[in-house]
Ligand binder design. Structure first.
Ligand code: SF4
Ligand code: SF4
Ligand code: FES
Length: 250
């Protein structure tokens, strides 16, 4: 059965903005993004929202719903009380372009700073052989849909613009871990993770893991193992020596 819901939505651009109240029809089975689309269709055609797949797979519709980062297309209206006012605001860590649309180019810049998969020169395509356990380990990280909600919630950059140049964030820690754990990647990842990507800033609060819509265990499976690898490399003389002799150490 349909009902009228109360929405409070952040509107604005160019650094200026305010919350605006709306009352809007909701039908059974709808998600927050459906309601925003109905608002666009019936009351506020210039309300800006980014979306694409409406299936939880493109990562475009990230927004803060009642203060928590969520995908608008995966947040069911049935999870709220009908009497509740639902507040929708843009991701706070990134500059607002307009209304609910933020400029997430910080993340693309950080992505470019991670060198791509670097196989050994003497192994030809088709000759790679991997253990199933190595395949499965990286599969988890490859589920990332780049919604950037982990980046948005990380306290190192959420209210600290000044940390952004030195901190790539959890999304890129899983990318670095994925490559460092790959048996055929020969690029040096550990020292750059610490020195250039700011792994040491992370104090394992796990906020990133809590919001990941793909349920990637960002801290337990990527950040903590990477921190251990960095420490092993730095303080274990045998590991250090082995890495020099055998070029890389797993
Ligand atoms: S665990 Fe680390 S990367 Fe994740 S939110 Fe906390 S400080 Fe940020
Ligand atoms: S790791 Fe999870 S929260 Fe972070 S960008 Fe990828 S899918 Fe989104
Ligand atoms: S529209 Fe693609 S994840 Fe929501």
């Amino acid at each position: 059965m349909g009902y009228k819901a109360k929405f409070r939505i952040w509107r604005g651009e160019g650094g200026e903005g305010r919350l605006e109240d709306f009352t809007v029809e909701v039908n059974e089975g709808e998600v927050v993004l459906d309601v925003i689309h109905r608002l666009q269709a019936t009351q506020t055609p210039d309300l800006a929202v980014r979306w694409n797949c409406k299936a939880g797979k493109c990562g475009s519709c990230s927004m803060e719903i009642n203060g928590r980062p969520r995908l608008g297309c995966m947040t069911r209206m049935s999870t709220f009380e009908e009497s509740e006012t639902i507040t929708v605001t843009p991701l706070r860590t990134f500059p607002v372009i307009k209304d609910l649309v933020t400029d997430v180019s910080f993340n693309y810049q950080k992505a470019r700073e991670v060198p791509s998969f670097t196989p050994p020169a003497d192994v030809k395509p088709g000759e790679y052989r991997m253990q199933q356990v190595d395949v499965e380990r990286s599969q988890e990280f490859r589920k990332c849909i780049e919604c950037f909600m982990c980046q948005n919630v990380c306290h190192v950059i959420r209210d600290h613009e000044e940390n952004k140049p030195n901190f790539s964030g959890p999304r890129y820690f899983i990318r670095i871990a994925e490559l460092d754990m790959h048996p055929y990647d020969v690029a040096e990842r550990k020292e750059p993770a610490q020195e250039e990507h700011g792994l040491g800033y992370c104090n394992i609060t796990k906020c990133c893991t809590e919001v990941c819509p793909e349920h990637i265990k960002i801290t337990d499976n990527a950040i903590i193992p990477m921190k251990e690898r960095v420490v092993d490399r730095k303080y274990d003389p045998l590991v250090w020596l082995g890495s020099k002799i055998f070029k890389r150490q797993r």
